[in-house]
Design a protein around this ligand. Structure first.
Ligand SMILES: Cc1cc2nc3c(=O)[nH]c(=O)nc-3n(C[C@H](O)[C@H](O)[C@H](O)COP(=O)(O)OP(=O)(O)OC[C@H]3O[C@@H](n4cnc5c(N)ncnc54)[C@H](O)[C@@H]3O)c2cc1C
Length: 289
């Protein structure tokens, strides 16, 4: 299938890209890795009148740390994350999710920020971003705003960007002290989207109790979902098998999956429960290592 006709520009500066987006309004779309947008255009699920390709803009491919945040730029590919020693050293949830995203070809082109913007409920990154409490930095011709990930992920394929805004980076609090995270994904075959996946993040206080907890779910709701009750049950508690089992049960209650060829709703909820428990165990082991 061929996409509908569209205009194309490939600016070399962010200002130029923002000016074009501002001029074209809602009919324009940002093109990053093209791994979701191009297939959607070919299937005529999207027909933007103008594509603004951001791949020639320098300064958007950074993975670095500043002001207590790990910062991942808009042109950082999934594979850059797989290969990043900085991320491996500082964020177990992100590091463990990266190799599970799609297949090597898609990972070479697709970007984390593109996935975040795409808001596919079966996409992996927004669950991880929820668990690690990321913020999305959006730039427009009018200026910059920082959007907490909970406000950014609005609904099924819907984010809270305004027309004319580009995501320039995501920022993740750089955890200090004892912490760990994990991403557990069940897929039918290598490179597939998740049947069910769970992202977890734990921080331990000096007393060994859980001081912060993140639990978020993929492919079991209309959007990637924070399991708030599970997180609340964990904070302030001594880590234990019983506690993690309880958190798993609470996380399963936050899931409203559909029964389909991948499994029944009841089975998927059970996977959420088991994967939450196992993810928390892995996060704890990392925090104590
Ligand atoms: C075969 C295949 C398997 C896949 N499997 C998985 C999987 O297992 N897990 C998974 O999570 N994903 C999977 N994907 C999706 C893949 O990860 C994409 O790379 C990702 O969803 C989008 O990133 P992108 O850079 O390609 O974005 P694009 O396709 O370029 O854009 C996607 C959307 O985001 C918007 N956008 C992109 N960048 C920005 C920006 N900086 N600012 C504002 N808006 C922006 C675009 O306008 C568009 O609406 C798969 C894709 C394919 C083709």
């Amino acid at each position: 299938m061929y996409p509908a006709a569209f205009a194309y520009s490939a600016p070399e500066t962010l200002d130029e890209a923002l000016a074009t987006l501002s001029q074209e309004g809602e009919s324009a779309r940002v093109l990053a890795g093209g791994q979701s947008l191009i297939p959607m255009m070919k299937l005529r699920l999207a027909s933007p009148a103008h594509l603004v390709d951001i791949n020639n803009i320098s300064g958007l491919d950074h993975i670095n740390s500043a002001n207590g945040y790990l910062r991942i730029g808009a042109l950082v590919r999934h594979n850059d994350i797989v290969n990043s020693a900085d991320i491996a050293a500082h964020n177990g949830a992100i590091a463990s999710a990266a190799p599970w995203v799609a297949d090597p070809l898609v990972r070479n082109r697709g970007t984390l920020c593109g996935s975040v913007a795409h808001c596919d409920p079966e996409g992996d990154w927004n669950s991880v971003m929820l668990a690690v409490r990321a913020e999305v930095v959006a730039q427009s011709a009018a200026g910059e705003r920082v959007i907490p990930i909970d406000d950014f992920v609005v609904d099924f394929f819907t984010n809270s960007l305004e027309p004319g805004e580009i995501v320039t980076e995501v920022r993740i609090p750089k955890y200090t002290g004892k912490g760990g995270g994990a991403y557990l994904k069940l897929e039918r075959k290598i490179g597939d989207y998740a049947t069910v996946a769970v992202a977890t993040q734990l921080q331990l206080g000096d007393d060994g109790k859980i001081s912060e907890a993140g639990v978020a779910l993929t492919a079991v709701n209309n959007k990637n979902t924070r399991a708030t009750a599970a997180e609340q049950a964990l904070v302030g508690q001594e880590p234990s098998d019983e506690l993690f089992k309880e958190a798993g049960a609470l996380a399963a209650r936050a899931a409203e999956p559909e029964s389909n060829v991948r499994g029944t709703a009841e089975w998927k909820r059970n996977v959420v429960s088991v994967y939450t428990r196992r993810g928390l165990e892995a996060s704890l082991a990392q925090a104590r290592a």
